[in-house]
Design a protein around this ligand. Structure first.
Ligand code: FAD
Length: 405
């Protein structure tokens, strides 16, 4: 069988490239060894956000009396929450499968290997292709001495397989995955401890974002240990370098992901070893398939939960004194009081009338960040943003207030 393009991997990078190429009239064969949607849909972005949402609804109902509601809730059925998560994933996967099929991509459900730069082997058959694209993702990173065993030391894949919640968990690492799971567990009443090697939680974030999240975590009684790491484990008792002893039901190691590699073709998505985010994978795929450019310095980061965290561009710790900083507490916005979601801020870093960075801790931060991002990417100066009429009451008004200063 002969095709113009052979794509290995059916995650966001692979299926986006496949659909875009097929829509342009190219013949495409895509190989997927598990399920279409890849990590993002099946083991990452989507299932975690579904769990997070359920946990937030539970939390809100527990505090319903504060909103004048009289709801009595005893507990929750975790198996039903998992069922809901799995149905959500399945529904999205079915739509994706249909979209991929309708675009004209030939999907082969099989592990594929590359024989040479024009031949892919799958299901015992050889596929002749003019171009090979590898989009095979990444796998959870294992720390030396803390190898995953699926029982006491869990990866992000293992943790999704849990059919019941632990009483307590120790999370290693406070990147997006660690923080989101800390929020899920904590909302469901699990005792959470986080150990982070860096000086602050979310080491990749702006320093003030990290400090605010530390404060919020303290208020919510999530324990965290900074500048620290696991020194030893004996009979499931974990001793940190600082001497602190923790006895978690299990450890969830969330210390990043290692790109999977094939030595042929063009690698896109997590496999490329660049930014490991689904939307970055999609941008890379669009560039490869359609020549759509993107700016690597303007890839937004979002961490979900209450409050959301989002940022793009330069952070305070990246800037010298030629940059200016504007900060608005979320309490300044009427909407935050209506929503009972007043902890957070919108921070803009500017230089010569242009935005160089934005850092948001707020409900709806995941949407808000794009308002700033569009201005940044299109070189819209701050004083031009003042001419935009922002609706009231919204969180977007916060951006307006900042650019009007
Ligand atoms: C818990 C968790 C939460 C996350 N949350 C977010 C989020 O909120 N937002 C975000 O942007 N990103 C998130 N990510 C990251 C996101 O999932 C990845 O960046 C994204 O999936 C990368 O897409 P990809 O196509 O490069 O790889 P993948 O989605 O990993 O897809 C690779 C595919 O290749 C297949 N494959 C591998 N080898 C072969 C082979 N030899 N033959 C055939 N098929 C093969 C795999 O089965 C897989 O389906 C999260 C990740 C995790 C683990």
């Amino acid at each position: 069988m002969e095709f113009e393009y052979g794509i290995i991997g059916g995650g966001p990078a692979g299926y986006t490239a496949g659909m875009m190429l097929a829509k342009q009239g190219h013949s495409v064969v895509l190989f997927e060894k598990e399920k279409l949607g890849g990590t993002c849909l099946n083991r990452g972005c989507i299932p975690t956000k579904s769990l997070l949402h359920s946990s937030e609804v539970y939390r809100q109902i527990l505090s319903s009396s504060e909103y004048g509601l009289d709801i009595n809730i005893k507990s929750f059925d975790f198996s039903k929450i998992i069922e809901k998560r799995d149905k959500t994933v399945e529904k999205i996967r079915k739509s994706l499968e249909l979209a991929v099929k309708n675009s004209g991509v030939n999907v082969i459900y099989s592990e594929a290997s590359v024989l040479d730069d024009k031949t892919i082997l799958a299901n015992g058959e050889e596929y002749k292709v003019s171009h090979i694209i590898t989009a095979i993702g990444a796998k959870p990173r294992e720390l030396k001495g803390l190898e995953f065993d699926g029982e006491f030391i869990l990866s992000s894949d293992d943790v999704l397989k849990c059919d019941k919640l632990p009483k307590s968990v120790l999370i290693i690492g406070s990147g997006a995955i660690g923080i989101e799971w800390a929020r899920i567990f904590s909302n469901f009443g699990v005792e959470v401890s986080i150990v982070e090697l860096a000086e602050h939680l979310i080491p990749l974030a702006d320093i003030e974002v990290s400090k605010r999240i530390e404060r919020i975590f303290k208020q919510k009684k999530l324990k965290y240990y900074l500048n620290d790491c696991i020194e030893k484990i004996e009979n499931k008792v974990v001793t940190l370098k600082s001497g602190i002893e923790i006895e978690p039901e299990f450890i969830f190691s969330a210390v990043g992901r290692v790109p999977e590699k094939l030595d042929f073709g063009t690698a896109i998505g997590d496999s490329s070893g660049e930014i490991q985010l689904a939307h970055y994978a999609i941008s890379q795929a669009n560039k490869l398939a359609c020549g759509v450019e993107y700016r690597k310095d303007l890839i937004p980061s979002v961490i979900y939960g209450e409050p959301e965290i989002a940022w793009v561009g330069l952070r305070e710790q990246d800037c010298d004194e030629t940059y200016e900083k504007q900060m608005l507490p979320i309490t300044a916005l009427g909407k935050s009081w209506c929503d009972d979601s007043t902890d957070g801020f919108i921070k803009l870093i500017t230089k010569d009338n242009f935005i160089a960075g934005a850092h948001i801790v707020s409900k709806e931060a995941s949407a808000l960040i794009h308002e700033v991002l569009i201005a940044m990417q299109n070189n819209i100066p701050v004083d031009k943003l003042r001419e935009v009429c922002f609706a009231h009451p919204t969180y977007s008004e916060g951006i307006y207030e900042l650019v009007c200063r």
